[in-house]
Design a protein around this ligand. Sequence first.
Ligand code: BTN
Length: 267
Amino acid sequence: GLGAKARAAGYRLKGYDAIGSTNSEALAAAATGDPGGIWFAALQQTAGRGRRGREWLSPPGNLAASLLIIPETTPELVATLGFVAGVALNRALSLVLPVGMVRIGIDGADGADGRSRIALKWPNDVLADGAKLAGILLESAKTPEGASAIIVGIGVNVVAAPQGVPYPATSLRALGVQRTAQDVFEALSDAWVDTFALWQDGACVDRVLREWRQSAAGIGAPVAVSQDGSVRRGIFETIDASGRLVIRDDDGARTVITAGDVHFGAT
Ligand code: BTN
């Protein structure tokens, strides 16, 4: 269930054994007037959705959870909610993974000392040793009153890493971690309370982004960013105050990118 902190903060949970997509469920709930602060969590999805129209596989035992919120904010800041979720997930995983097993945000050879390196990948993924462990999908819907509801959908590969996807994937179980989706959700729902509080205090959005950067994969290294058939290459310099990816090419020219798929190591 929800963590103690999430319950105390007034969050509610609608849990399902199996459902099409928790994001779809939350979107429908928002459109019919459900208030913010509800988590929709399932132990299995049959029609899970990923970013950029992709399918997201959620076999039984993995975590699929979507939070419905109706924040007072600006369109520019909405995109930064994905980073709030990434930081919350990072904090939750560091609690769920045994001490000594993870190194977070430390540069160096991944796993060289036998420990897994958890890192955040722009815009919204969590990697363990370079393979995808979790993904985040932000969507929005209009409430009956015309407000913008945001759905923060989070999928974590707890017991199974999907096969046949176009990127390497891993799971907590593959990392040797015997924790359940419920364990992860409890930690995540509590971690969200803290990171979202930072975000709501407009002056602290930057603190969330700073924490994200500290755990980010590939800052300072070459990346290729593909979007709609075009590819941009450069050094991954940072993410800006709106969470956009900033890359610098050989001539020192900066490009700011709002969406795309990042590939590391490309020059
Ligand atoms: C991605 O990496 O492409 C994002 C994956 C997001 C998956 C989660 S699982 C819970 C929620 N419901 C969905 O249908 N998708 C998100």
